[in-house]
Write a protein that binds this ligand. Structure first.
Ligand code: HXC
Length: 257
């Protein structure tokens, strides 16, 4: 499918989505939202793909929802069309989503980062929820996903002051998985994605499903769900291969990749 606001390509077993409105700091227009979700869904059902990387430019992952597009919106329009609910599609992607973040990840950009499973940040990355400076509040999960992942105190600080935090602070509070050199950002993120794509896909999908469950359910149901998925993993040929490869001191050749 031809996209106008993103680039969508494959690198081996990895699907790579590059946000591509550099002149507008990758501001997330409605079209861009649809294209990102469409591309992620295509990779999700593509049997040759095992993980998805989402990135921007060195200057900006995404500087937020497109303020120029939003400026004239009215309440009734936003409510009737349930604007931005399209982002919920990202929450239904079953394969791992890896954000490779360089430069600004602000507002909706930071919220897209929080939708991802692994966040690789360049040393120059900056995160924030500056909506308050525009007279609005986050609307794509900033108050919810962030509060669950980095806690109330840090979320309140970001959401109420609109300040930015650097990559080190974002790693310390748990938004970022790893910090890498700015020049190596994409390469390092792709390496992580390739490593995941080399494992057994059913195991990868179940592992992601189990971790996501931790944000949705009370502990006892989450533990039960995890145990059932764990039991089910013994029904896969990749479990047999993975364990016999370990016992035979060779590397595993998973069939379901
Ligand atoms: C539209 C944007 C934009 C945005 C930048 N641009 N961010 N356009 N929407 N979110 C445009 C600028 O208008 C400018 O266009 C060009 O990108 C370059 O930006 P500059 O400001 O000139 O660059 P710089 O001085 O380097 O500053 C970078 C920046 C700043 C710190 C990222 O642009 C900024 O503060 N952007 C807005 C951040 C923000 O408030 N985001 C939250 C949005 S609300 P021209 O045409 O002048 O060259 C949101 C809500 C989410 O995200 C929830 C929705 C449901």
């Amino acid at each position: 499918m031809a996209y106008e606001t993103i680039k969508s390509e494959t690198r081996g077993r990895v699907g790579l989505i590059t946000l591509n409105r550099p002149k507008a700091m990758n501001a997330l227009s409605q079209q861009m939202m649809r294209e990102i979700c469409q591309s992620a869904e295509e990779f999700d059902v593509d049997g040759k793909i095992g993980a998805i990387v989402l990135t921007g430019t060195e200057k900006a992952f995404a500087a937020g929802a497109d303020v120029k597009e939003m400026e004239t919106y009215e309440y009734s329009e936003a409510y009737i069309h349930d604007l931005w609910s399209g982002w919920d599609r990202m929450g239904r992607i079953r394969k791992p989503l890896i954000a490779a973040v360089g430069g600004y990840a602000l507002g909706g950009g930071c919220e897209v980062v929080a939708m991802c499973d692994i966040v690789v940040a360049a040393e120059n990355a900056k995160f924030g929820q500056p909506e308050i400076t525009l007279g609005i509040l986050p609307g794509m999960g900033g108050t919810q996903r962030l509060a669950r992942s980095i806690g109330k105190a840090k979320t309140m600080d970001l959401v109420l002051t609109g300040r930015m935090m650097d990559a080190k602070e974002a790693e310390a509070c748990g938004l970022v998985s790893r910090i890498v050199q700015t020049t190596n950002l994409l390469e390092d993120a792709l390496k992580i994605a390739e490593k995941i794509a080399d494992y057994s896909l059913p195991a990868v999908l179940a592992a992601k499903e189990a971790v996501v469950e931790a944000f949705e359910t009370p502990l006892q149901s989450g533990l039960k769900h995890e145990r059932r998925l764990f039991h089910a993993s013994f029904a896969t040929e990749d479990q047999k291969e993975g364990m016999s490869a370990f016992v035979q001191k060779r590397s595993a050749q998973f069939k379901n990749r």
